[in-house]
Design a protein around this ligand. Sequence first.
Ligand SMILES: Cc1cc2nc3c(=O)[nH]c(=O)nc-3n(C[C@H](O)[C@H](O)[C@H](O)COP(=O)(O)O)c2cc1C
Length: 206
Amino acid sequence: MKTLLQIRSSIFSDGGQSSQLADRFVAAWREAHPDGRIRVRDLAREPVPHLDAQRFGAFLAKAEDRTPEQRAVVAGSDALIGELQRADVVVIGLPLYNFGVPSTLKAYFDHVARAGVTFRYTEKGPVGLLTGKKVYVFATRGGIYAGTPRDTQTAYVRNFLAFIGMDDVEFVYAEGLAISAASKEQGLARARAEIERIADSQPVAA
Ligand SMILES: Cc1cc2nc3c(=O)[nH]c(=O)nc-3n(C[C@H](O)[C@H](O)[C@H](O)COP(=O)(O)O)c2cc1C
């Protein structure tokens, strides 16, 4: 039985354009995997706190030395990582906010990057430990950035995911959503067609 983890990072929760595109994909995946398991992690409804020195200190402390507060911090991070470990497919809704990824997604990333758990350092450099997963990212933007140096998200998200072992990542873009009604419709229609193409191809059925 396959497991899909859907991560929403729109401030509008399931009402965001990125969430709705991701939902379309997840619906197609569900059809292909009637007995598959789907877990939704909604970062608007359940935001992960910002990483601070105290929380990072909890990650670094030896398990046997952790205070009850530190154990709670690590348990929260472990729960997020457990969802990723169990997932065969990871779906991320990725809005562009003020030229970056949503701060909720950054906070989430900060809590799943754990030395010795999701990556480890070797003599040949860092090695990601969350391997063997397929990731689909549904990126929504008011303007048009994909393929230009002004796209701050794609390389960052790819690099981060690869760092923790997830290097099979496919992006679907819906752009120009704030330019005009026609541009929005065109951007969404393109993204929906791309979702159909992916759903009809092999990887979604994997
Ligand atoms: C707070 C905020 C900041 C935004 N910043 C940008 C931006 O820097 N560049 C851009 O092209 N669009 C920007 N947008 C437009 C969003 O990218 C667009 O509305 C997209 O659909 C958001 O995804 P969502 O609906 O899933 O939240 C911004 C929207 C909001 C609400």
